[in-house]
Design a protein around this ligand. Structure first.
Ligand code: ZN
Length: 291
């Protein structure tokens, strides 16, 4: 065999060996472009977290800025198995909304991240997907408040605005469902870094499972209730993981945030979690962050 042919054959064997060894990546899409939060800093960090699992290849679809022409904003949701929203902005075109509904209904995974539970108050299907939402004028017409009382989720029909948080501070996250694939094996209580603790969230709360709560302490401006912070929702054949945590880069440096996001992403995309519990998880009295 000539040397050039030998090299070509060797290269071919290497290519085959590599492609046989690595499972194809799950295609994921992050949506951003409008948000009253620092999406330009958080999107690259979220992208890195998903890619670090070795499971995902991640694209980003950035919408026109607020006030821009949204008519051409049509991400190809159907090309992905997971969509993570880092978007809190103006309405999407009708065609985009319908494509997104079809994506989740047909079995797509969806991650609702922090303020992406704020927009689209008048989009009924979106509110069913996120389970709970806040701000944007939400009130009792959008569904009850939900609190964790006496070991179970309780709907509260009291009237009033939806969506509120006290002063950002470190707080304890308490797992309320330790048998779910996302939370299995994680510490049942862990200290989260300084972040906003959303309370008074409202919504239809249909097909919703609360995985973890935080106590909205009146001492830091909270409402004195244990509030849902990590949720799953099923919508059609689709799986939704909703994390209310993660106001900014510091908040998402928490290993508890990272682990639940990575595990939530795998679960939303596949229905299973194969990732190990991280060895540097926070504990009930010790924060743990990664830079
Ligand atoms: Zn925030």
């Amino acid at each position: 065999m000539k040397r050039t042919n030998l090299l070509a054959a060797t290269a071919l064997v290497l290519v085959l060996a590599c492609s046989a060894g690595a499972a194809p990546k799950i295609k994921a899409l992050i949506i951003d472009g409008q948000n009253n939060h620092d999406w330009k800093s958080t999107t690259p960090l979220l992208k890195k977290m998903l890619e670090e699992t070795g499971l995902f290849s991640v694209d980003v679809a950035t919408s026109p800025p607020k006030g821009g022409d949204m008519s051409g904003f049509k991400p190809d949701f159907a090309a992905y198995r997971l969509v993570l929203s880092n978007y809190n902005g103006t309405d999407w075109p009708e065609e985009t909304k319908q494509a997104f509904e079809a994506f989740v209904r047909n079995g797509g995974g969806f991650i609702v991240y922090h303020a992406s539970d704020n927009p689209f108050r008048n989009w009924k299907e979106y509110n069913e997907m996120i389970g709970l939402g806040g701000w944007e004028g939400r009130n009792e017409k959008d569904g009850p408040y939900f609190h964790w009382r006496d070991g179970m989720l309780a709907a509260d029909e009291a009237p009033g605005p939806g969506g509120h948080h006290g002063k950002a501070h470190p707080f304890k996250v308490t797992i309320r469902n330790a048998s779910h694939p996302i939370t299995r094996g994680l510490p049942e209580e862990w200290m989260h870094v300084t972040d906003e603790l959303y309370d008074k969230m409202r919504g239809p709360g249909k097909n919703m499972t609360v995985l973890a709560t935080g106590y909205a302490d009146p001492a830091t401006g909270g409402i004195g209730e244990h509030e849902p912070l990590l949720l799953t929702i099923t919508y059609g054949k689709g799986r939704v993981f909703h994390t209310m945590l993660g106001h900014g880069p510091e908040a998402i440096s928490c290993v508890g945030f990272i682990a639940t996001l990575q595990r939530g992403a795998e679960w939303a995309a596949t229905g299973k979690v194969t990732q190990k519990v991280p060895g540097d998880s926070p504990t009930a009295d010790r924060i743990s962050t990664r830079q």
